[in-house]
Design a protein around this ligand. Structure first.
Ligand code: ZN
Length: 174
């Protein structure tokens, strides 16, 4: 089987940011998946599962109620590796256009107080696995990162060395 596109990015060079991960055309319409990366893969600890789960609930609730984004949002959820989230939206826009709403969403998470939405046995498959203080801490860190990051660097995956295509080079040599 082929390596799927999101695995074929060189993860040793990813820094936190917001990246276009893949575009699918379904019934003639684009559906775009973005990588909202919070952590440098394999270089720093990933987010703890309970904090990730709480961020999933709070930010999903925020986005699903957002006046501009609720109708475009297909999905918001954590990556299995716990270093970021995927957001899937209808259409295709530059990743940089998600920057304002992601800042808003993670600020909302940072400042969130009260009961985690949907953290009940009726609404959640693991309602005891939540950690609001840690989710707020992770969100605060990411907000600070996004606010101070070099905006030329956080919307495109780093260029991968391995994309130099060896077979082509051989072709040109011969
Ligand atoms: Zn849940």
């Amino acid at each position: 089987m082929d390596l799927i596109p999101s695995f074929s990015v060189d993860h040793t060079r990813i820094v936190p940011g917001i990246f276009e991960s893949r575009v699918d055309i379904m019934d003639g319409a684009a559906i775009t998946t973005y990588d909202v990366r919070l952590k440098r893969p394999n270089k720093e600890p990933a987010v703890a599962p309970a904090a990730m789960h709480t961020m999933e609930h709070v930010i999903a609730t925020y986005l699903r109620n957002h006046p501009c984004w609720k109708d475009r949002l297909v999905y918001w959820g954590p990556m299995g590796c716990l270093t970021g989230f995927y957001i899937i939206i209808k259409g295709r826009i530059p990743a940089s256009e998600l920057y304002p709403v992601m800042l808003e969403a993670f600020r909302y998470m940072r400042d969130f107080e009260g009961e985690v939405p949907g953290a009940t046995p009726e609404n959640c498959g693991n309602y005891l696995m939540h950690d609001l203080p840690m989710a707020k801490w992770e969100a605060a860190r990411y907000v600070e990162y996004l606010e101070t990051a070099d905006l030329n660097r956080i919307f495109e995956y780093p260029k991968a060395e391995r994309l130099k295509l060896e077979p082509d080079m051989e072709f040109f040599d011969s």
